[in-house]
Design a protein around this ligand. Structure first.
Ligand SMILES: C[S@@+](CC[C@H](N)C(=O)[O-])C[C@H]1O[C@@H](n2cnc3c(N)ncnc32)[C@H](O)[C@@H]1O
Length: 201
């Protein structure tokens, strides 16, 4: 029996519950996640970097949380990163890492900032997290030719709604798939994830 936030996270439903969970988890998020090794940020940042050559291209880190994803983006050589999240306590911790140019407290009902040529949603969309409509919003606001990197964990991959939406976007000619790669997510919890990079057409 465990009461960890990580286990609880996969059971929450809806934006309000998700936001409340991350508000409460914020102070212990980095420590708990580090204990189980969280490798998806590194994998996703590396994947995005393969297709975004200019290190000065600003990246919007959607669902930046406490900034672990931003740190991974910095490690891969991205110089300009803006972070966006629905949880103010998570954002306050991201600010302390002093790696973001700008941090935005977002409202899921409002459109995302437009014109970015690179975006990431690392460990954000899926079961216990943001709905698949966030991916539509990201692609909608991305510049044409822009790249969007994101991950789905094993629990999310088991729900066909998420991957089916990605496949439909590709079939509809809305995006081009540059990369889809299955690998480690949180090895300490025996979880894997698929990392995707899409280009907006
Ligand atoms: C598992 S954390 C991942 C944080 C960070 N990307 C990382 O890799 O450590 C998920 C984050 O997504 C945020 N989130 C959930 N739904 C969201 C939404 N609709 N829009 C923006 N952020 C959202 C949560 O508040 C939380 O900070």
């Amino acid at each position: 029996m465990t009461n960890s936030f990580l286990d609880k996270a996969y059971k929450v439903k809806g934006t309000k519950e998700t936001q409340a969970l991350y508000d409460a988890w914020a102070p212990s998020y980095d420590t708990e996640i580090a204990k189980h090794h969280y490798v998806t940020p590194k994998r996703t940042a590396q994947a995005l970097r393969q297709f975004v050559m200019d290190s000065k291209t600003p990246v919007l880190d959607v669902g930046c949380g406490t900034g672990l994803s931003g740190q991974a983006l910095v490690s891969e050589g991205f110089d300009v990163i803006d972070g966006l999240d629905v949880s103010e306590p998570m954002l306050r911790l991201a600010e302390k890492k002093a790696i973001y140019r700008d941090l935005i407290l977002s409202d899921p009902g409002l459109p995302l900032p437009r014109g970015f040529r690179a975006m990431a949603a690392i460990g954000v969309i899926g079961i216990g997290g943001a709905p698949i409509s966030l991916l539509d919003d990201m692609i909608e606001s991305l510049a044409v030719g822009g790249k969007c990197a994101f991950s789905f964990n094993d629990l999310t991959l088991r729900d066909p709604g998420f991957q089916d939406r990605v496949d439909a976007m590709i079939t509809e000619g809305y995006v081009f798939e540059l990369l889809r790669e299955y690998g480690a997510h949180i090895p300490g919890k025996n979880l894997n994830s698929t990392v995707y990079v899409l280009e907006k057409l």
